[in-house]
Design a protein around this ligand. Structure first.
Ligand SMILES: Nc1ncnc2c1ncn2[C@@H]1O[C@H](COP(=O)(O)OP(=O)(O)O)[C@@H](O)[C@H]1O
Ligand SMILES: [Mg+2]
Length: 333
């Protein structure tokens, strides 16, 4: 290919290292270099590096994740960081979801990837997402999966560090954190952010907590960082109108249906030898109302039962025993 053309093409490439387009570009560089065109190869590599720079550098430690001069602020008294970085290798991302939920999440990811194109049209990707639903249905995991899929670093706000028992400090902690992340492209998780509302009943100064809730609402409203903010809550009741309008997307994470239950079991047992006679349909019916987390546990416990018994295959009996033993954990029907 003509060199100028190739350079122009490379300048238009943008994305994370896991994107196909970036991988293809790397292959081209390799080819060029193999063919002895080292100068062009170096030039193309530089161009590509610039466009995926923000993403690759995030995969190291927290320091390399942040632009120069920016650090995650810490609590003044105890010096604990107000957010934690979870490394890419530790992110959970293999999810089983109903199609309509999967589609909504995919759309968020696609809009983010297309953000430059959207910007040219005066449009913005969905950036502020609220996930709600029962515990163990994949809310936190969804935030991790978004970060994994779009190649952004993952930061989790530490509310326990933010809420200080010293008057006025909680609010300034929150502000400090959001201010420091203003320029940082990342997925920022506010996990179980109703924690703030709950802390109110634990003997915190009511006035102070009220201020913090308001500050959080304002920070949410003004959030305009180059990443995605995901808030989660187990309580539907928390979603009042004031909160509602501050998010670009609100998604309910439902308990898995029969189809998803079977997929969850099979995914969790994919590396285990299984009896061909397992009746997935019956298991799917028995596990209705269980959270995804509990279904994964049922599968793992069944696998353990069969291994401990020294069986070659996991069979229906193991799964039924595990369901019986785990039913006690399924409090919320
Ligand atoms: N949709 C899902 N697909 C696959 N596994 C899931 C799903 N939802 C939850 N899990 C399993 O349950 C565990 C807990 O999920 P999590 O996202 O922490 O739940 P939540 O934040 O809603 O309480 C995960 O580590 C995973 O094993
Ligand atoms: Mg969670």
């Amino acid at each position: 290919m003509n060199q100028d053309l190739m350079i122009r093409l490379f300048k238009s490439i943008e994305g994370s290292p896991s994107d196909d387009i970036v991988k293809v570009a790397e292959r081209i560089i390799e080819e060029e270099s193999k063919n002895g065109h080292t100068k062009v190869a170096t030039r193309l590599k530089d161009i590509l590096q610039k466009n995926i720079h923000t993403y690759t550098s995030f995969q190291g430690n927290l320091k390399s994740l942040l632009p120069k001069g920016v650090t995650i602020p810490t609590d003044k008294r105890y010096n604990v960081p107000l957010a934690t970085h979870i490394e890419r290798e530790k992110l959970r991302y293999e999810m089983i979801l109903p199609d309509e939920v999967e589609d909504k999440i995919k759309r968020i990811e696609k809009e983010y990837v297309a953000r430059e194109r959207l910007k040219k049209m005066g449009l913005k990707p969905k950036q502020k997402i609220l996930l709600y639903g029962a515990p163990g249905c994949g809310k936190s995991m969804t935030a991790e999966r978004i970060a994994w899929n779009i190649g952004l670093p993952f930061l989790k706000v530490r509310f326990e560090a933010i809420i200080s028992s010293y008057l006025g400090e909680s609010a300034s902690n929150l502000k400090k954190l959001f201010e420091s992340l203003r320029q940082v492209p990342c997925v920022l998780l506010l996990d179980e952010f109703d924690f703030i509302a709950k802390a109110r009943s634990k003997g915190q100064d009511v006035g102070e907590m009220h201020r913090i809730v308001n500050i959080l609402l304002n920070l949410l409203e003004d959030y305009d960082a180059p990443g995605i903010l995901v808030a989660t809550t187990n309580f539907e009741g928390i979603i009042d109108f004031a909160l509602f309008r501050r998010f670009d997307e609100i998604i309910e994470m439902p308990k898995p249906s029969k189809v998803e239950i079977v997929k969850l079991l099979q995914q969790s047992l994919s590396s285990i030898n299984k009896d061909k006679e397992i009746n997935w349909n019956v298991l799917g019916l028995k596990l209705r109302g269980f959270s995804a987390a509990l279904i994964v546990k049922v599968a793992e416990d069944a696998a353990k039962i069969s291994v401990v018994q020294g069986k070659k295959h996991l069979d229906q009996k193991h799964l039924l025993q595990s369901i019986a033993e785990n039913t006690i954990f399924n409090k919320r029907k």
